[in-house]
Design a binder for this molecule. Structure first.
Ligand SMILES: NC(=O)c1ccc[n+]([C@@H]2O[C@H](COP(=O)([O-])OP(=O)(O)OC[C@H]3O[C@@H](n4cnc5c(N)ncnc54)[C@H](OP(=O)(O)O)[C@@H]3O)[C@@H](O)[C@H]2O)c1
Length: 298
């Protein structure tokens, strides 16, 4: 065998080893069976899909969102897919009392809490679809600096995450549980035309990454996983893009929702610090950290 062939084989073997190491997370699906899980924002999108994936793994779930009719349908489907228990709390996470009711209900129904999955995204003023349309049209903050919208957006998507985690911490400490926070590439790389969204997602990284260290220092065995997601083919985005001339082509680059939900669940179960999905969110995040002057997500 020539030296060149041997060297090529070595490089190939090295690449395979790195690939296996990269993809091996030690996930044991059985670890989720019977686990008690609160997931927010489950009437549609990634939250709904996570409810189904947890159900298939035999977890006990409690889901939240504002639309009760949708929550009833999701609960029924989750039970048919194998959830050991499925409950819902219809409520607005922008309201302190609804956050309290959510964690209190988990305590009453389950007596313990293993996972708190913070996922909801909303605003009293704009739908996710409208936010997406504004971004695609390149609408900048200075064209419409709406402070009522900004304060509400921060309250629902940042303050409520902190509130829910704070309310759940006692239960999570008792179970050596998990907090899973749905972040975004927009929380690692500044996003023009989505400045309010970047504010929330950078804020979540700042708070929950600090909390993770505080818990470790206090020797509290509660893991904190931040999921850094790119564009995902949710029903909201898919339905909207289908109405646009180039929509199908754009949609080809969006990640499948079921694989995304499972990647997040695996990350939480294996107590990963961060998970990146799809893969491109990792190099973008690292490049931005190394060379901030070069990169914005536009
Ligand atoms: N889709 C993507 O491409 C993408 C990319 C990166 C990160 N993410 C993140 O993934 C998460 C889920 O996104 P998604 O695209 O699945 O969103 P989505 O389809 O718009 O769903 C959002 C969910 O949040 C609920 N919600 C909204 N406002 C609420 C409120 N005030 N109180 C309680 N629940 C509320 C909605 O239900 P109701 O209307 O019934 O309340 C819905 O169930 C978000 O954190 C988002 O930032 C998504």
């Amino acid at each position: 065998m020539s030296l060149l062939v041997r060297a090529s084989l070595l490089v190939l073997l090295g690449a395979v080893a790195v690939g296996i190491y990269w993809n091996y997370d030690g996930f044991d699906p059985e670890s989720v069976r019977g686990a008690t899980v609160v997931i927010t924002g489950c009437s549609t999108g990634i939250g709904e899909e996570m409810a189904y994936q947890y159900a298939r793994l035999g977890a006990k779930i409690l889901i939240t969102a504002r639309r009760e009719n949708r929550l009833k349908e999701v609960v029924a489907k989750a039970k048919s897919l194998g959830a050991q228990e499925a409950h819902y709390v219809a409520g607005d996470m922008g309201k302190a009392e609804d956050c309290e009711r959510t964690i209190q209900t988990a305590k009453e129904k389950f007596g313990r809490l293993d996972y708190l999955v913070l996922n909801h995204l909303g605003s009293r003023f704009k739908s996710t679809e409208d936010v997406f349309i504004d971004m695609r049209r390149g609408k900048s903050w200075d064209q419409d600096p709406d402070m009522d919208f900004f304060v509400d957006f921060l309250n629902i998507n940042l303050v409520s995450y902190v509130r829910l985690a704070s309310l759940a911490l006692t239960l999570l400490k008792e179970s050596s549980g998990h907090i899973v926070v749905i972040g975004s590439i927009g929380g690692k790389v500044p996003s023009p035309n989505l400045s309010f969204y970047s504010s929330v997602k950078f804020g979540l990284d700042g708070f929950f990454s600090s909390l993770r260290v505080e818990l470790m220092k206090a020797q509290q065995d509660v893991s904190v996983t931040l999921a850094v997601l790119g564009f995902i083919a949710t029903p909201t985005f898919s339905n909207h893009l289908k109405t646009e001339p180039d929509g199908d082509k754009v949609l080809e680059n969006f990640a499948p929702i079921d694989e995304t939900a499972l990647a997040v669940i695996r990350g939480g179960a294996t107590r990963a610090r961060e998970i990146y999905y799809p893969f491109y969110t990792w190099p973008f995040s690292k490049l931005r950290a190394l060379m901030p002057e070069l990169l914005t997500f536009d």
